[in-house]
Design a protein around this ligand. Sequence first.
Ligand SMILES: Nc1ncnc2c1ncn2[C@@H]1O[C@H](COP(=O)(O)OP(=O)(O)O[C@H]2O[C@H](CO)[C@@H](O)[C@H](O)[C@H]2O)[C@@H](O)[C@H]1O
Length: 505
Amino acid sequence: MDARVIADEDRVPEFVAALGRGGAPSEGRAVQRILYVTSEMADYVKAGGLGDVSAALPRSLGQRYDVRVLIPGYRQVTSREEDIPVVARLPAAHGLPACELGRIDCPDGLTVYVILCPDLYDREGSPYGDESGADWADNDIRFGRLGLAAAQIAAGVPDLGWTPSLLHLNDWPSALGSAYVAWAGLQTPSVLTIHNLAYQGLFDPSRLPGLGVPDSAFGVEGVEFYGKLSFLKAGIVYASHVTTVSQTYAREITTPEFGCGLDGLLRKLDGEGRLTGILNGIDESWDPRTDRHLESPFDPNDLKGKKANADEVRREFGLAVSRGPLFAVVSRLVHQKGVDLTIESTESIVRQGGQVVVTGRGEERFERAMQKLAERYPAQVGVRIGFEEQRARRMFAGSDFLLMPSRFEPCGLSQMYAQRMGSLPIARQTGGLADTIKDGVTGFLFRDPSLGAMLSAIYRAVDAFGSRRKLNAMRRAAMSETYGWTRSAAGYCGVYDRALAGPSQ
Ligand SMILES: Nc1ncnc2c1ncn2[C@@H]1O[C@H](COP(=O)(O)OP(=O)(O)O[C@H]2O[C@H](CO)[C@@H](O)[C@H](O)[C@H]2O)[C@@H](O)[C@H]1O
């Protein structure tokens, strides 16, 4: 069945007006329908930046398209919503079980379809693993089911009354969706966004039959990656268009240094004009004038309130009262984020009269090393292992600087949140960090992933801290940067429209 034929027949010109946002589409023009497929959505569950993006981008695109979200029915979703009405049933295929499709209508008008399959999703833990951090052993089935559900919806599901014109897939957990579409002979175009190339969803080939991967697809031209099945590679091979979350990262991933073994394939895509970098935005709730989680509001023209937030953060982390600079770390504690460099630089920061507050969760060795620093310098270093957004907000608002020495960073959101809250990022010049921080104007960039390079950026920051005029000028510049979703949404519109127009465009 050609899903695009169905899409053109089913006109919904009243859609935008019904949402009360944007203008009505021009007379007689069909509103294209986008199914945004994701494994995280901050409304319900967030393990990292993908959750933020999935909550904001579909809403932002709602002015132009009829965008609906598809997510697995994790416990965090089903326990939050009273009764989720079942709107369709999706049949089993291969080793992937049958499931029901629920529908949630968010108060702001966004429709979220939920895959109701308690055996796969109703568990205590994160979307990807149990409470100890170990990946679920059946993640191939859990996320194969997500990709297949997307393709089944694209094929047209009886009773649903809605068939997407395009699938927008995100990262490896939904990437198999574009492969299922291709293997079923559907014409529905798909866009795959890579939020992090380092996570590829690799599985043993013994899993192929359960997922219904055709033998012919398991080769270098298809879904095989060094003898394993790669969900992400499947998405890259079969999607109509691939995007990633900054222009610099889009260039970087075509090189062996950042390409995680997929740079050859990505270079080919780039050569065909099928790889695009679109910077993420941040939503409007990140505003120090109105954020009710802060101790005191402030704005670029009146920064007095920032001090009250700093005092509160010091209290919360049990640090000594101080007039020195306060550095924050809000991060997954993993190699990508250069946490080892942060740990190594902390002693120097303390010697210069600074204090460091850390909130994060991740690899045990980094968690332990951070906690050791806090034990060694209890008045200067505070560490909270965990993930709590409100604390993160207070830290961005209260700190003077954010440490983000990422080894690679597809986009990065923390540095944008920090700037909006007047905290100047000290970051490596890579990926989205290079695209969102102006060195010496809104933050401090360094090139080499080395302690020496990071310390020289920290010295520059401490120096700026010594001049109230310079510091406040930089804070004002950082707070005035615009990182809204409008610009990003326009980028996705361009990509969608090209993919919808077909391969020859
Ligand atoms: N302990 C904690 N407590 C509270 N909040 C915490 C936290 N640890 C992290 N966060 C928050 O989680 C989010 C992390 O987003 P990032 O974009 O910085 O990184 P992540 O690597 O997860 O995302 C990947 O996807 C995103 C989205 O595309 C890309 O920006 C990024 O480069 C890519 O690596 C931010 O909202 C941050 O504030």
